[in-house]
Design a protein around this ligand. Structure first.
Ligand code: PMP
Ligand code: GLN
Length: 385
């Protein structure tokens, strides 16, 4: 094909292919165990798959309503009321999205104006900054520091200016597994009180919070919820990352703006999945079971690596475990994960990918959302290093 040879000015000059795609491809190329990109290697519950089939066969195959099917929005309203005591109107304050990525992108597209500043916490999930930059917003970076990656609220206070339009938060946090506390939420609430700053809260790992901690959803804090778009993803909660179904909640004035953009970004989301999820959400006990499942996998992973040369960093939530590898190698984290994949058959994510300037602190991220057999095989390889 002849190539287009006029100068093309990139809207995202510094962005390449996401590290998740790069590392999964490398894992496949070398037949390595893939602990890089975050997804389970076990299947979704059989009952959920049966419901998907049933709803597709029942004729739910045309456009769903733009905001999502009512039964699913009703199930979400009941969920957040039950778990967080939050009241969201089914018709005006809940929207089903094509994954959390689309919800986050849409929220930024709808609410951030050119020149607005948006504060994010670094290491930062890779989609946030490009979403802001595509809208002409300016990304401002707060720091989460090793070893526990807790927010520094004095620093955040200093970063706030009259141009700050939004703060994007993420607890439990990808990649570090840090879970924010009630005190963190109180500090955030105090900082934004009497400002017109909006919060975009990425809570896709809300059900993966371990030990005694509880998930501090923005939905528990009316002073935050009134100015927030809150995003969660069915992909994480029901082992269906490939379905790309998620949802967001916001007070109706914010949600009205969100929907103006949503209708032209995706319009509507895969209908049979929505009906299947609405029915499956009625099943009691799922969230407790999910927490126990992942806490068990985290414990197996940590116990095995405790006797290795990897240095374990804390993991209070998510399905990720970060480690330092300085006792094994002085290589940069990208070089190290590439060699780990090629020579030792285990793929991981270099945490430098979550820093704007590629800051490399010798930390890599493993995903432990894998079957017992996969984890055992991977751990056998890792403890030999
Ligand atoms: N936010 C975070 C923090 C994530 O880790 C992910 C994906 N793993 C997403 C958003 C995107 O979720 P989805 O696959 O539903 O688009
Ligand atoms: N969020 C997943 C992770 O952190 C990957 C999602 C993606 O591949 N975009 O690994």
């Amino acid at each position: 094909m002849p190539s287009f040879n006029r100068p093309l000015t990139s809207r995202l000059p510094l962005v390449g292919t996401t590290i998740f795609t790069v590392m999964s491809a490398l894992a496949n190329q070398h037949g390595a165990i893939n602990l890089s990109q975050g997804f389970p290697d076990f299947d979704a519950p059989a009952d959920l798959l049966a419901l998907l089939d049933q709803h597709a066969r029942a004729g739910h195959n045309q456009y769903a309503p733009m905001t999502g099917v009512p039964v699913l929005r009703e199930a979400i309203a009941a969920k957040v009321q039950g778990l967080y005591g939050a009241n969201y109107d089914v018709d005006t304050e809940i929207t089903i999205t094509a994954g959390a990525t689309q919800a986050l992108f849409t929220a930024v597209a709808a609410l951030v104006h050119p020149g607005d500043e948006v504060i994010v916490f670094e290491p930062v999930y890779d989609s946030y900054a490009p979403s802001v930059e595509l809208q002409g917003g300016k990304v401002v970076y707060a720091t989460l520091s090793l070893p526990d990656y807790r927010p520094d609220w004095a620093q955040v206070a200093q970063l706030i200016t009259p141009r700050t339009r939004m703060i994007i938060i993420n607890t439990p946090h990808n990649p570090t597994g840090t879970v924010w506390t009630a005190d963190d939420m109180a500090q955030l609430e105090a900082l934004v009180k009497d400002t017109d700053i909006l919060i975009l809260s990425d809570e896709v790992y809300e059900h993966m919070v371990f030990d005694q901690a509880r998930h501090e959803s923005v939905l528990r804090y009316p002073g935050l919820a009134e100015r927030s778009v809150v995003v969660s993803s069915f992909g994480k909660t029901y082992h269906i990352t490939g379905w790309k179904v998620a949802y967001c909640l916001a007070p109706k004035e914010l949600m009205a703006e969100f929907r103006k953009a949503h209708q032209f970004i995706v319009f509507t989301v895969h209908a049979p999945s929505q009906y299947a999820l609405a029915e499956f959400m009625q099943k009691p006990g799922w969230y407790a079971q999910l927490k126990a499942l992942y806490q068990g996998k985290r414990d197996i992973f940590r116990q095995a690596l405790a006797g290795s040369k990897f240095e374990l960093l804390p993991c209070q939530g998510t399905y990720f475990q970060c480690v330092k590898y300085g006792a094994i190698s002085q290589e940069g984290d990208r070089a190290f994960v590439e060699r780990l994949t090629r020579e030792h058959g285990v793929a991981a994510i270099p945490v430098s990918a979550f820093y704007k300037d590629g800051t490399d602190l010798g930390v890599i991220r493993f995903c432990f959302a894998k079957s017992a057999t996969t984890l055992q095989q991977a751990l056998e390889r890792l403890i030999k290093l």
